[in-house]
Write a protein that binds this ligand. Structure first.
Ligand code: CU
Length: 322
């Protein structure tokens, strides 16, 4: 669903770049230490037995260490000390660099986790400009952003491997994570804490784009929903905004104002349906609206059993919500 490869070693943001550097330093230091241990072990095994070894066996006395062995032993202990101190210093600087993002925040996004989708709110200085979306986040490249995290039900974990580490979302508490994206692209995020049967289908798309593209996206999201144009779309509009759907879903600019399910105002502009469960397409939309319980069993959207006419109309209308 996303461009590129989902990896924690991608380094597409300051945080993940720092982790990648730290990981590389740890790997190099630990590999050198490991090779030295293996080398010492092999040298011990292959060393020719000395004349005195026979005596050691017979008299039950241990062989005296030569000055060379004693020196090597002291050197080895010193090397371990230097290695550990070096790794500690590298960790310290990684932490400090990651924390520096928090000093210069320019964007705040609130993400609330639900079984099994992500509620996303962009709050700006003016409340009237705030908007809501679901299962997607857009971030401008090079802009330090803070994401505050909450949960409506159980403990979830927010994880975009290409950009940063994990952060838990805990009911009744607000946690946060700071990200400074450095490379444009679309990255897959995923809940990383088992949270119920559809935990695996709780993904989100993260788009890192230029500031201009980000502004365009924000303006498009702030618009109310498009009005229906055709007769079929109008029939769908009537169904969605006055029947079951509107009890849970909000569509800004229409009577649908439910707050407990994903906001659908610009639903059709997203890349996926149901938190990464299905790619966005008309065919999948039919499948999802007709029987969400067969697509993602256990999710909170009931299978209503729409008549074929209503189903055609609802899908036609949802397709206009770009
Ligand atoms: Cu979860």
């Amino acid at each position: 669903m996303s461009s590129g490869f989902q990896t924690a070693l991608g380094g597409q943001a300051l945080e993940s770049g720092n982790f990648l550097t730290l990981f590389t330093v740890f790997m190099i230091v630990c590999t050198i230490m490991y090779l030295l241990v293996v080398f010492a072990l092999m040298a011990g095994i292959l060393r020719r037995r000395q004349e005195s070894d026979e005596l050691t066996f017979e008299t039950g006395k241990h062989e005296q260490a030569t000055p060379f062995v004693r020196g090597a032993f002291v050197g080895w202990i010193a090397l371990i000390g230097v290695g550990l101190v070096g790794l500690t210093i590298a960790s310290f600087f990684t932490d400090r660099s990651n924390a520096s993002v928090a000093a210069n925040l320019q964007l705040t996004i609130n993400v609330t986790a639900n079984q099994w989708w992500w509620d996303v709110k962009y709050t700006t200085h003016q409340a009237s400009n705030a908007f809501r979306t679901a299962n997607e986040i857009h971030l401008p490249v090079g802009v330090p952003a803070e994401i505050t995290l909450e949960s409506n039900d159980v403990i979830h974990s927010f994880w975009i491997p290409n950009l940063a580490g994990k952060q838990d979302l805990i009911p009744g508490r607000v946690t946060d994570i700071q990200i400074l994206p450095q490379k444009t692209g679309t990255y897959r995020g995923q809940c990383a804490e088992f949270c119920g049967v559809q935990h695996a289908n709780m993904a989100l798309d993260v788009t890192v784009e230029s500031k201009a593209d980000f502004e365009r996206w924000v303006h498009a999201q702030q618009r109310p929903a498009f009005a229906p144009l055709t007769k079929l779309q109008l029939a769908g509009y009537r169904y969605v905004t006055t029947r079951e759907c509107s009890a849970c879903h909000n569509i800004t600019g229409t009577p649908a104002s439910g707050q407990v399910a994903p906001d659908l105002t610009h639903f059709a502009s997203r890349r996926s349906i149901a938190a990464g469960t299905l790619p966005m397409s008309t065919g999948n939309l039919y499948g999802w609206v007709a029987d969400p319980q067969s697509q993602k069993p256990g999710n909170k959207m009931p299978t209503i059993g729409l008549s074929p006419d209503d189903l055609h109309a609802v899908v036609a209308y949802l397709g206009t919500l770009r």
